[in-house]
Design a protein around this ligand. Structure first.
Ligand code: NAD
Length: 473
């Protein structure tokens, strides 16, 4: 098939959307025009929600087996279109084809669809004592709204959509205004295997997302994005008492214990921090290293960082790309400049090449930085990792837990039992040992504190897009 880079949304048809216009989308690596993205209005959204509401009972009535078969066929279709999808994603988002980037993201979309299709969720008998019999069933919610970010646009859409569809909901997707073409192309491929109107995409601005969050016919919002927007969605959804899954911002800490082997962990640390050029919610964003091995860890990590090629995504050699947009580039550049001004030591990077086109910021490691510096305490969301020295494990845990977000965390050690003792004291939704940010479609994922609430993936992810119902008697 061929993937268009203009308005490509089959589900627009029943809604007969007359969109407001279109917007040019540029490649963040080159500045080249990629295509025109439709800009939909709040009225278009209302129409798409109505379409989803009307077709939902028939979709639910198909049953789990038929819906799962559709999801499996959608996974096959994604695999057939994988290279075209990956190339579009690379050009729009910026991430390279190779490494844990565009081809990996498209492949994971198929894997998550298949996992959502294969995960069993049967009614449970909760009491059966001869007098009372109570069963717990999981019913569809109705229409689910899915609002996504620009960093992993295709995969996060699938995370929100796959479980929702499997459970008999219909879905209206609002992609990020930065990466609409990738999401529209993906939805187009999936829609080839679904009944008309079951999955709808409405690209538009914040006002479209805000309407989705307050819309009376939407029963649940799956939101992935910043904590600030998550709070706005809580407020907009209050009047209709919507169910919410909120996957929000993070500022993940990694703690390297004194017995870790700096050489052995260097590559894992690097990818934990720099996957998708640091633009990943559950990336390692603050690294705490014991003073005994601080210099050795800095040295090993610097060697790995210097060897990783950054450049235009379509070049097969690159594994790191540009920042996706100018605003994100400016955030990273200003934070690193402030760190330099404060006297922190830059081990590598720290000076973007002003003559280079695109939003490239070099891979940057910053040592000897205060724990309360904004590069440490804020979410930099880019290729700049601060490395903080500590002397006692209690001190490292206190620093890791000091922030009001808690998406992921990691502990690095040659002794897994010692690492586990530290892990259970960390306030984060997931704590990895000797890795960071690895997700798996069967392992629940979600945040603690202001990183959000609700779980995605596995059976917990299916339950989250259902209404529990007790049949008593
Ligand atoms: P963002 O919050 O700016 O935007 C996300 C989406 O929300 C966009 O589609 C946007 O149009 C929409 N939106 C904006 N205002 C809205 C409103 N008032 N009501 C409804 N929708 C609205 O986030 P972003 O910059 O696109 O993404 C980066 C952030 O996402 C980072 O903080 C990152 O940590 C977070 N993130 C979290 C996870 C996770 O799983 N926890 C995953 C990826 C990204």
């Amino acid at each position: 098939m061929s993937i268009s880079t203009s308005a490509t949304n089959r589900a627009d048809a029943p809604a007969a959307a007359a969109f407001e216009g279109s917007r040019p989308i540029y490649d963040p690596a080159t500045g080249d025009l990629i295509g025109e993205a439709p800009v939909h209005t709040v009225e278009d959204l209302d129409q798409a929600v109505e379409t989803a509401r009307v077709v939902q009972p028939a979709w639910a009535a198909l049953g789990h087996a038929a819906r799962s078969a559709c999801l499996n066929r959608a996974a096959d279709a994604i695999e057939r279109s994988a290279e075209e999808l990956a190339r579009l994603l690379s050009r729009e988002q910026g991430k390279p084809l190779n490494g844990p980037n565009a081809r990996f993201e498209v492949g994971a979309c198929a894997a998550w669809l298949r996992a959502a299709a294969a995960t069993p969720l049967e009614p449970e008998t909760v009491v059966d004592d001869g007098e009372t019999r109570a069963e717990l069933h999981y019913r569809p919610i109705g229409v689910v709204g899915a609002i996504g970010p620009w960093n992993w646009p295709m995969l996060i859409t699938v995370w929100q959509v796959a479980a929702s569809l499997r459970m008999g909901n219909t879905v209206v997707v609002k992609p990020s205004e930065y990466t609409p073409l990738s999401v529209l192309a993906l939805v187009d491929v999936i829609n080839g295997e679904l009944p008309e109107g079951v999955l709808n995409a409405v690209p538009g601005g914040r006002e479209v997302g805000a309407r989705l969050a307050e819309h009376p016919a939407i029963g649940k919002v799956m939101f992935t994005g910043s904590t600030a927007t998550g709070k706005a969605i809580i407020r907009s959804s209050a009047d209709t008492v919507k169910r919410l899954t909120l996957e929000l911002g993070g500022n993940d800490a990694g703690i390297v214990l004194p017995d870790a082997d700096p050489q052995a962990i260097a590559e894992g640390l690097f990818w934990g921090a720099f996957i998708n050029t640091g633009q990943t919610c559950a990336a390692l964003k603050r690294l705490y290293v014991h003073s005994d091995i601080y210099d050795a860890v800095c040295e090993s990590l610097t060697a790995v960082a210097k060897a990783m090629p950054m450049g235009v995504g379509l070049d097969e050699n690159n594994v790191l790309g540009p920042l996706q947009n100018k605003a994100q580039f400016d955030i990273v550049a200003n934070l690193v400049q402030a760190a330099k001004d404060s006297g922190a030591r830059v081990l590598t990077g720290g000076s973007p090449d002003a003559g280079q086109p695109g939003y490239f910021y070099p891979t940057t490691l910053v040592a000897d930085i205060d724990n309360d510096h904004p590069l440490v305490a804020g979410e930099q969301f880019g290729p700049a990792l601060p490395i903080i020295r500590y002397s006692t494990v209690d001190e490292a845990i206190a620093m890791a837990n000091a922030l009001d977000v808690g998406l992921g965390a990691s502990v690095w050690s040659s002794d897994p039992a010692a690492a586990r003792e530290v892990a259970v004291r960390l306030e984060a939704g997931t704590v990895w040992i000797n890795s960071h940010g690895m997700v798996n479609p069967m392992i629940p994922f979600g945040g603690a504190k202001q990183s959000g609430y609700g779980l995605e993936f596995g059976v917990e992810g299916l339950k989250a897009v259902s209404v529990p119902q007790i049949i008593n008697g």
